[in-house]
Design a protein around this ligand. Structure first.
Ligand code: B12
Length: 333
């Protein structure tokens, strides 16, 4: 096992064009070949196109077909295997150890290393089964009841966070579809906002510090992380400015000035390649005044690496309270 750097290391630039036919690869006689193009695959799985080409050359997998025009086309079974490969790499396995294995071996490896495994919880299983059965009113009701019973903090930590992981695992295993994920996100967001609103309204205008701006960078389309982080910042009596998804860097900077923000909090899942995260953070750091801190969180393995000064990784939601307390102490508030 290692950290994610081998994935990035594999992303060395290569010069072969997608449009140049490669005589070593299976080809199709007609243009009716089915498969997914390299750009779509790279985006869906969270890898660069270069990484896919390097793996193909170095490890012999993936092994795409070629369209009549010479473009790589990946059949569904290779896409399924690539998804599994990516999750194993995110968990710390090395490309050289996984890329040559069959899907059965990879599935065993995933099971033995806990990748994609859910902790037993009958209530969460029940909520997932309601989602799967398209019983949305019951799903909504179940979430609201649990939220009302547990309160904001317990709802975020015991329901929203583990349920997100379960929904993601079920999608990866093919037992929930993307529209289920959308419905899940909408319902969890409206439930959390309703729970959070009284406290965040009461905090507004009280001059509570730090003032925290929450968003994601371009290409990161997952917003539940910054919403859960907002809940925890609100419980720590911070005033939050929630910008939602994918704010361009210059707009983040303008919003920081307009709202007198102390901290920019960003969330990253594994969909954004490590290099895009590193570049985005370095650019943002250069654009922001030095006293404005950048705090990052989320499941991206890229966050395990060391960042430049002025970017701080918070590993999970529970350390938010302590990190805020440290900030207050360091700024004597
Ligand atoms: C809902 C969802 C969607 C929704 C998002 C809707 C929305 N408005 O947010 C939709 C359907 C649009 C979607 C799309 C996609 N998704 Co999606 N999605 C999810 C799901 C279920 C939850 C997403 C989420 O917000 N997670 C973020 C938070 C909740 O989780 P986290 O990163 O583990 O972070 C934790 C902590 O670190 C902390 N935290 C998070 N952020 C921050 C920030 C700070 C400052 C702090 C302190 C803490 C903190 O809070 C979390 C609590 O546990 C996840 C499953 C999962 N395990 O996350 C998949 C998941 C992220 N998606 C995935 C994929 C592949 C995709 C798609 C590429 C394909 C698809 N499914 O359609 C697209 C890509 C979109 C894009 N360009 O970004 C994969 C990524 C796998 C990978 N290795 O790349 C996942 C992991 C599913 C899976 N198991 O395979 N998705």
């Amino acid at each position: 096992m290692t950290n994610s750097s081998e994935q990035d290391f594999d992303s060395e630039p290569v010069s072969d064009s997608d449009n140049l036919p490669d005589p070593g690869l299976p080809r199709t006689a007609t243009s009716a070949v089915t498969g997914i193009g390299i750009g779509a695959i790279a985006q869906e799985i969270g890898l660069t196109k270069d990484t896919l080409r390097v793996w193909e050359r170095r490890y012999g997998f993936p092994q795409p077909m070629r369209s009549a025009g010479g473009e790589r086309l990946y059949p569904q079974e290779q896409v399924t295997k690539l998804r599994l490969v990516k999750r194993l790499l995110d968990a710390g396995h090395r490309p050289s150890k996984v890329l040559g294995q069959s899907i059965d071996v990879l599935q065993q490896l995933a099971e033995s290393s806990g990748v994609g495994q859910d902790a037993p919880d009958a209530e969460l299983d029940h909520l997932i089964s309601l989602l799967r059965a398209s019983a949305y009113e019951d799903f909504r009701f179940g979430l609201l009841k649990r939220a009302t019973r547990d309160g904001l903090e317990r709802f975020v930590l015991d329901v929203a966070a583990p349920l997100s992981a379960r929904v993601g695992n079920a999608w990866a295993a093919g037992s929930l579809q993307v529209y289920h994920e959308h419905l899940f996100s909408e319902t969890i967001q409206s439930t959390m906002r309703a729970l959070m609103r009284p406290l965040s309204d009461a905090l507004r205008g009280r001059g509570g510090r730090p003032r925290v701006l929450l968003t994601t960078l371009s290409g990161e389309g997952h917003g539940l992380g910054i919403l859960m982080a907002e809940a925890m910042f609100t419980l720590s009596e911070c005033e939050c400015v929630q910008l939602g998804l994918q704010t361009p860097l210059h707009d983040i900077v303008d919003a920081v000035t307009a709202h007198n923000v102390d901290i920019v909090a960003l969330s990253f899942t594994a969909v954004l390649p490590a290099q895009s995260i590193a570049n985005g953070l370095a650019d943002l750091r250069n654009l922001l005044p030095p006293h404005v801190r950048i705090w990052v969180g989320g499941s991206s393995p890229a966050l395990r690496r060391k960042f430049s000064d002025g970017v701080h990784h918070i590993a999970g939601l529970t350390p938010i309270e302590e990190t805020v307390a440290d900030w207050r102490e360091s700024t004597m508030l």
